[in-house]
Write a protein that binds this ligand. Structure first.
Ligand code: VGL
Ligand code: ZN
Length: 200
C-alpha cells in the first residue's frame, strides 16, 4: 500500500537497529528464520542516515548467564546473547558507523522487557539529540522490535517501522504479522524500500 511513497528525512530523525546480533542469525543459538536477510537492507538505511549525519543507534540484548529468560533459569529461550560472547556481538557484516551509540538492554538477571527503552537511557539520549521520529528495524519483529516500537510511541516519538528490515521468530504461526498489525494500530507507520530523500 505504502510501497512506492518516498519519505523526506529531517534533522529530527534517527535510525534504531534492534539486536542485529550473531545469536539471532542462522547458526546462532536463537536463530530467527532469515534473520541474516535484514543485514544488507539495514546497511542501506545506515548509509542514508550516515550521509545525512543523523544518529544511528544499535540496541543489543546483553544478558548475564543467569538471565531469567533462559530455559536453564525457568524461561522459554535457549541461552543467547550472553554478555561478552561471540553470540552477543553484532553481525559481522553489519556496517555500523564509528560513532554508533550502543544501548545494552535486559542486562540484569530479572529484567526481560524486550525493549530498548526499559532501564536504559535511550529516551534521554534521543531527546538530547532533538530526535522526534525513529526509523526502527532489526530482530525480532515479534519481540524486541515490537516492544521497542510500542515503547517509542508511548514515549512520544513518531515511529516508522522498517518492514523490509525485520524478521520474526514466529514461535506461533502469524506472530510476526500480528506484531506488525499491533505496531500499526498503536500508530507506527510502516515502510518497505522507500527512498529516503534528504529533507534537511
Ligand atoms: C529477542 C527473544 C529473546 C529479540 C530477545 O531480540 O527479539 N527475542 N530475547
Ligand atoms: Zn533475549
Amino acid at each position: 500500500m505504502n510501497s512506492h511513497r518516498s519519505l523526506k528525512l529531517t534533522s529530527r530523525d534517527a535510525l534504531i537497529l534492534v539486536d542485529v546480533q550473531n545469536d539471532f542469525l542462522p547458526g546462532g543459538s536463537l536463530a530467527v528464520p532469515d534473520g541474516d536477510q535484514v543485514v544488507p537492507v539495514l546497511n542501506g538505511y545506515i548509509k542514508v542516515f550516515q550521509k545525512r549525519q543523523l544518529p544511528v543507534i544499535a540496541t543489543r540484548d546483553w544478558h548475564p548467564l543467569n538471565h531469567c529468560s533462559f530455559k536453564n533459569n525457568g524461561g522459554i529461550w535457549p541461552t543467547h546473547c550472553v554478555q561478552h560472547t561471540h553470540g552477543a556481538e553484532f553481525a559481522g557484516d553489519l556496517r555500523l558507523p564509528e560513532d554508533v551509540e550502543i544501548i545494552s538492554k535486559d542486562d540484569t538477571p530479572t529484567l526481560n522487557s524486550y525493549s530498548g527503552f526499559r532501564c536504559t537511557d535511550l529516551s534521554k539520549q534521543l531527546r538530547t539529540k532533538g530526535c522526534e521520529r525513529l526509523f526502527i528495524g532489526g530482530l525480532a519483529t515479534d519481540y524486541c522490535v515490537l516492544n521497542t516500537v510500542l515503547d517509542g510511541i508511548r514515549e512520544g516519538f513518531d515511529v516508522v517501522l522498517l518492514e523490509d528490515a525485520t524478521r520474526a521468530v514466529n514461535l506461533n504461526p502469524g506472530d510476526g504479522d500480528n506484531a506488525i498489525a499491533r505496531m500499526k494500530k498503536a500508530g507506527a507507520t510502516s515502510i518497505r524500500g522507500e527512498v529516503l530523500e534528504n529533507g534537511i
